[in-house]
Design a protein around this ligand. Structure first.
Ligand SMILES: C[S@@+](CC[C@H](N)C(=O)[O-])C[C@H]1O[C@@H](n2cnc3c(N)ncnc32)[C@H](O)[C@@H]1O
Length: 352
């Protein structure tokens, strides 16, 4: 019975994802986009010219005055992984023309989304010199607002809620990495539509947590505006529910500012690759009550794209993508009872 229920929830999640269009096409477009971003930057940097004769990683470090040999190896291995450059027997790397610079803007991306990812790719040479960027540093906040309001986030969130059946739970809900709070507002509206929220009284108490103060400012200031996108309620009508609105709090998933076993539900969508996922999972499970759930969305290897991964690694704390088997191991080590996965833009569901 349990198995059938899971399958049914997974089908519901798939149906939400399919509203984004053909998932295989979408993945192809995303891969081309992220690869193209990196290739452009490395070409401008003079990589392909320099690698037209075989070179060692050490020669690359010296020539370009890079400092981070580990990250350099990651970039080189990424180029080797799809045959863009060759790794020769003597640990040298070589580029043999022609260079495929194919690039496409994914149909589901807004202009702002394109701009932000380009900025992350442009940060790769500096990162090779050991200079990092912050999550929203130098990035126009209006753009972030636009990006996180994107249909992609909406549909993967809906898919995650369908699979986890989180709406049937009550109590304390933690939205980890809530960013501009647009998702948090959508989550409030899901519970509202389900009847879990009444005037000045609710079955669910939502907290949005993010370390980025700039994004939290947007979350607090624009909560009403975000809500009204999801609900047919006026600002005045909404005000009557104000005591049930989420609280937005500054904090990291690596040090969640709450006591052990505080939450019934912990949710992290597209957050774990921006941080140290292993410790994040341990911390999320610490604040989850026994019988509670930790769920969210993540892009796992081998489906996740290595060029995309490089875009995250320019941020100091980010460790990038990992495998489902890693998450399973970390969760079980941290005391989880069970972990399940569903759909290609993967949903994970951890039961404590
Ligand atoms: C792609 S956004 C998440 C979007 C949001 N969850 C949603 O579904 O709309 C990634 C978020 O992770 C946050 N983040 C990065 N490191 C974090 C950490 N250590 N703890 C909590 N959040 C973190 C970033 O500040 C950013 O807001």
């Amino acid at each position: 019975m349990k198995g059938e229920e899971n399958m049914l929830n997974c089908i519901k999640a798939w149906m939400e994802l399919l509203k984004l269009g053909n998932v295989t096409h979408l993945r192809k477009e995303l891969n081309l986009f992220f690869r193209g971003n990196v290739i452009r930057i490395l070409k401008e940097e003079g990589w392909f010219e320099f690698l037209s004769v075989p070179r060692t990683a050490q020669e690359m470090l010296e020539h370009f005055e890079y400092q981070d040999g580990t990250f350099l190896k990651e970039v080189l291995d990424t180029l080797v992984s799809d045959g863009t450059i060759q790794r020769l027997n003597d640990e040298k790397y070589q580029f043999i023309p022609p260079l495929d610079e194919g690039w496409v803007i994914p149909r589901i991306f807004t202009e702002s989304m394109v701009e932000i990812w380009k900025l992350h790719a442009q940060a790769i040479p500096e990162r090779l010199k050991s200079n990092y960027i912050d999550f929203s540093s130098g990035i126009n906040l209006f753009n972030w607002d636009d990006v996180l309001t994107d249909k992609l986030y909406e549909q993967i969130r809906r898919a995650a809620f369908a699979f986890s059946r989180a709406l049937s739970r009550r109590g304390n809900f933690l939205d980890v990495g809530c960013a501009n709070g647009h998702g948090t507002a959508a989550i409030w509206s899901y519970y509202f539509k389900k009847g879990s929220i009444r005037k000045n009284d609710a079955d669910i108490h939502i907290i949005g947590l993010d370390p980025d103060e700039n994004l939290l400012v947007i979350a607090k200031e624009e909560f009403h505006r975000h809500l009204m996108k999801h609900l047919p309620l006026s600002k005045v009508e909404l005000e009557r529910y104000s005591s049930t609105f989420p609280e937005f709090k500054k904090g990291s998933v690596l040090e969640i500012p709450f006591e052990d076993e505080t939450f019934d539900v912990v949710y992290a969508s597209q957050v774990l690759h921006w941080t140290d996922a292993k410790n994040a999972v341990r911390e999320m499970l610490r604040v989850t009550k026994p019988g509670g759930i930790v769920f969210g969305t993540e892009n796992f290897y081998p489906r996740a794209n290595r060029y995309n991964n490089l875009h995250f690694l320019v941020v100091r704390e980010a460790r990038g993508f990992f495998y489902e088997s890693d998450l399973k191991q970390w969760a079980l080590q941290a005391g989880a009872k069970k972990i399940q996965f569903c759909t290609p833009i993967s949903i994970f569901l951890i039961k404590k």
